[in-house]
Design a binder for this molecule. Structure first.
Ligand SMILES: C[S@@+](CC[C@H](N)C(=O)[O-])C[C@H]1O[C@@H](n2cnc3c(N)ncnc32)[C@H](O)[C@@H]1O
Length: 222
């Protein structure tokens, strides 16, 4: 399986691209429950800039921008980002939302310690190896300012799809051409190594059971 990850990633990118080309509102226009919760958290923490990874067509990026955040949204589907830019323009939010093509298996573009917060809704449970996940969270920690927050959501092993999709090895499952992983708390804790884990909360958003995880980049010890 490990040697197949490059091909798997490429196939998934095509799969997502096609899905977004076929549907200009694949995940709907309403923000996710996680985005609403995250806007409150980031606002209370005095954060004003958010890097969103796996932003799709931007339902959450646009919501966060409407709440006053400056959002840089990335995804590996150009079709999704095209829709995001159109919607941002339509809503007069293009001064607060930028969008760029980026595959999160590559290093993140921002310089060290320059980002206030990172947000990723239902991205980390996509077709990544555990090594790719560890390297992604290390990259996120690198770009965050000390004290900066990372909120992500992932499908949990409580999801009713867990065990029902076809297992393709290395903890990954496939359904309708999409590949993903279901997270247990051990994996959440593994990815919080060298972070301050602020919370791992289970919730449901039809039809999925998910974890919403909040972690902070620790301040350097003086
Ligand atoms: C379940 S969708 C969630 C989209 C968006 N966060 C939302 O909630 O509407 C997962 C997103 O992750 C993106 N994605 C998957 N693998 C990726 C990768 N390696 N790099 C960047 N984006 C990726 C897909 O294109 C898709 O937009």
């Amino acid at each position: 399986m490990k040697t197949g990850y490059v091909e798997l990633g490429r196939a998934q990118q095509e799969r997502w691209q096609t899905a977004y080309e076929q549907n200009p509102s694949l995940h709907g226009a309403e923000p996710s429950a996680a985005a609403r919760w995250t806007a409150e958290l980031f606002g209370a923490a005095g954060i004003d800039d958010v890097l969103e990874l796996g932003a799709g067509q931007g339902r959450d990026a646009l919501y966060l921008a409407r709440q006053g955040f400056s959002v840089h949204a990335t995804d590996f589907s150009e079709a999704a980002l095209h829709q995001l830019r159109l919607d941002a323009q339509r809503d007069g939010l293009d001064d607060r939302v930028t969008a760029a093509l980026h595959d999160v298996r590559d290093p993140l573009p921002p310089a060290d310690a320059t980002v206030g917060a990172v947000y990723a809704n239902v991205l980390l449970n996509m077709a990544f190896s555990r090594a790719e996940l560890r390297s992604l969270v290390n990259e996120i920690r690198r770009v965050l300012r000390p004290g900066g927050l990372f909120v992500y959501t992932v499908w949990s092993t409580e999801d009713r799809g867990y065990g029902k999709c076809s297992a393709i090895g290395d903890g990954l499952y496939a359904k309708d051409g999409f590949v993903g992983r279901f997270f247990d708390l051990d994996l959440v804790h593994e990815l919080a190594d060298r972070w301050e884990l602020r919370g791992a909360d289970g919730y449901t958003e039809d039809p999925h059971a998910l974890w919403r995880v909040t972690q902070a980049k620790p301040h350097p010890v003086s």
